[in-house]
Design a protein around this ligand. Structure first.
Ligand code: ADP
Ligand code: F6P
Length: 318
């Protein structure tokens, strides 16, 4: 009987459990023996691999995080590390591996595929930056967490006539920032896709205040500015009391939204279809509202284009 293993890698994301569950359950229906690898590529290297049954994934569809753990293993870029990982799988008769993670995990998976393992990648990251998909598992939940947090900040910001800066995650991708900014009617959305000079930022906020705005929300992607320093500059140049809030890892936790559970479940099941249909190493994505299977290397070669129109639209929506 064919065998398949599943691991989660990189930052955890709500909905990863629903994806693991779908892989295990869909595999069993097709009489494929499922295994899990604990702690991502680190566990794969350390041979932390276990055969599982149906009940292993019971009661996890609604849980945040990942029940099989995740990790980052910088040494995974080395061929000898990847070969050892592939050997650990092959020693157990496993030649198929589902990798649930982001862009980095996909690159690792492609490396592993050179050593006789067919990899099937599922996009699991709150950053929405995985190749070959419009949306990643975890993005919707994180977005809703951010929106709820900003709604709370709006209350106090409005009461005190303050400017609130909110730093959100996304690594180098501004999708969380731009979606959250639009959903909360932010005055400014700053991310690597649309960098503004300090001068422009201060001018915009000054003009907004002059136009009679009682308070202002500024959503900023991580790694762009020192938000506490930016708050001081706004206080000084715009003349508005300002507070900065870094939302941090709160954004990664919590029960997955219904949308993420559905996405993860459909993608997990499709991974088993890809195996049955004898695809080479591939990735599953949601493209134009359809769950699709595409070639992994081809998707990794495509430069992901940000939807700049959203930034333009946000100008009219604040
Ligand atoms: P994500 O998958 O969410 O983007 P990371 O970028 O941290 O998260 O990647 C997760 C893991 O994938 C890394 O710790 C490493 O083991 C592996 N990885 C990342 N980039 C590469 C690469 N270029 N080649 C091989 N493995 C990689
Ligand atoms: O990739 C998910 C993510 O949460 C990014 O948004 C963020 O830059 C990074 O992981 C944080 O990583 P860590 O949990 O190692 O601090």
């Amino acid at each position: 009987m064919e065998r398949i293993a599943v691991l989660t890698s990189g930052g955890d994301a709500p909905g990863m459990n629903a994806a693991i569950r779908a892989v295990v359950r869909a595999a069993l229906i097709e009489e494929i023996i499922p295994f899990v690898v604990f702690e991502g590529y680190k566990g794969l290297f350390e041979d932390n691999i276990q055969m599982v049954d149906r009940s292993f994934v019971s009661e996890c569809i609604n849980r945040g995080g990942t029940i099989i753990g995740t990790a980052r293993l910088p040494q995974f870029v080395n061929d000898d590390v990847q070969k050892k990982c592939a050997d650990n799988l092959k020693d157990k008769g496993i030649t198929n591996l589902v990798v649930i993670g982001g862009d980095g995990s996909y690159r690792g998976a492609l490396g592993l595929s050179r050593f006789g393992i067919r990899v099937i990648c599922l996009p699991g990251t709150i950053d929405n930056d995985a190749p070959g998909t419009d949306y990643t598992i975890g993005f919707d939940t994180a977005l809703n967490t951010i929106v709820e947090a900003i709604d709370r900040l709006r209350d106090t910001s409005n009461s005190h006539q303050r400017c609130s800066i909110i730093e959100v995650m996304g690594r180098h991708c501004g999708d969380l920032a731009v979606h959250a900014g639009i959903a909360t009617g932010a005055e400014l959305i700053l991310s690597s896709e649309r960098v503004m000079t300090k001068e422009n930022i201060l001018d915009e906020l000054f003009n907004a205040k002059a136009s009679g705005k009682r308070h202002e929300l500024v959503v900023v992607s991580e790694n762009l500015f020192d938000v506490n320093k930016l708050a001081e500059e706004i206080e000084e140049k715009v003349g508005m009391e300002t507070r900065a809030t870094v939302l941090g890892h709160i954004q990664r936790g919590g029960r997955p939204s219904g949308k993420d559970r559905v996405l993860a479940s459909l993608m997990g099941a499709r991974a088993i279809d890809a195996l049955k249909m004898d695809f080479d190493s591939c990735c599953v994505g949601m493209v134009n509202n359809q769950v699709v299977v595409q070639d992994l290397k081809t998707c990794l070669d495509v430069v992901r284009m940000p939807d700049l129109g959203m930034y333009t639209d946000s100008e009219r929506l604040k």
